[in-house]
Design a protein around this ligand. Sequence first.
Ligand code: NDP
Ligand code: GUE
Length: 296
Amino acid sequence: MTATIIDGKAFAARVREQVAEHVKRLKTDHGIKPGLAVVLVGEDPASQVYVRSKGKMTVEVGMNSVEHKLDADTSEADLLSLIDQLNNDPEIHGILVQLPLPKHLDEDLVINSVAPEKDVDGFHISNVGLLGTGQKSMVPCTPLGCLMMLRDHHGSLSGMDAVVIGRSNIVGKPMAQLLLGDSCTVTIAHSRTKDLADVVRRADIVVAAVGRPEMVPGDWIKPGATVIDVGINRIERDGKNKLVGDADFDSCAAVAGAITPVPGGVGPMTIACLLANTVTACCRANGLAEPEGLTA
Ligand SMILES: NC(=O)C1=CN([C@@H]2O[C@H](COP(=O)(O)OP(=O)(O)OC[C@H]3O[C@@H](n4cnc5c(N)ncnc54)[C@H](OP(=O)(O)O)[C@@H]3O)[C@@H](O)[C@H]2O)C=CC1
Ligand SMILES: Nc1nc(=O)c2c([nH]1)NC[C@@H]1CN(c3ccc(C(=O)N[C@@H](CCC(=O)O)C(=O)O)cc3)C=[N+]21
């Protein structure tokens, strides 16, 4: 079998088009322009690239983009005061604090100081709790993007066996909640999981979110299963820098029914969902109808 390649780049472009249409309507019908603030502490080059591309796409869909770049040694008090200012700014509907933060800053404290209704990352404890109890929330962008691709490919996910490899707060855990919400039978695997290969072999859906280049080989994949590769790993091969996922693409694609590539899979969907969440937050803030199909 040769897998269908799920084109996240093309899918993300369609999501951004839908976002742009909604933004246009907000402007013409209500005179409202959604605004997204991104806060970057320190000068991690990978983060800078990511923040720049987010800013560009935010403007492309017609929204306001505000970037706050703070020195790596910024104090917690200064960061919290900036977040407080953004929480109270009526022109800002979404706030994203780029992670990871420098070691001297308390990540949980910072995340939980963002107003939950502006928390377009969906990392605030209120949003985590709302998602876990099946209530309306802000849903983390990466898992939301994965869910959109899975629903698009399969229609219903009901009754499918899903294995999520990775249990981070930003990907693995919320991914598992969303799959459970769509009535999958969900297993969460992690670094202490015994016989990972056997666990993965049972899965109709495998979501790999580990951060280990090409760790999932094709012979772990049940024939016809869907592989969603969240991993973004920079490696050097044949003297060149290369971006690879957590799945060994060629061997997995030979057995899977469908697979997302890296790059061009989950990554672009993450950014598209960030923009979608910002429009959703803006609509909620103004008591307006939310865009359809862009939320979980
Ligand atoms: N495409 C996108 O938009 C995004 C991509 N990413 C990428 O996704 C990957 C994961 O990110 P993130 O969740 O933040 O990473 P974390 O490092 O926070 O979590 C990694 C998880 O993988 C588990 N793990 C580590 N080693 C193994 C192993 N040998 N077998 C099984 N499980 C293992 C860890 O287990 P334990 O808990 O036991 O330590 C942990 O739960 C990274 O490559 C990251 O760059 C992240 C966010 C967005
Ligand atoms: N508060 C916060 N929220 C995040 O959502 C968040 C974060 N912090 N910190 C870092 C991770 C990582 N992340 C990515 C998003 C898009 C791509 C992406 O678009 N990748 C392209 C390739 C880009 C390239 O070539 O480098 C692709 O996969 O095709 C990658 C990684 C979001 N994260």
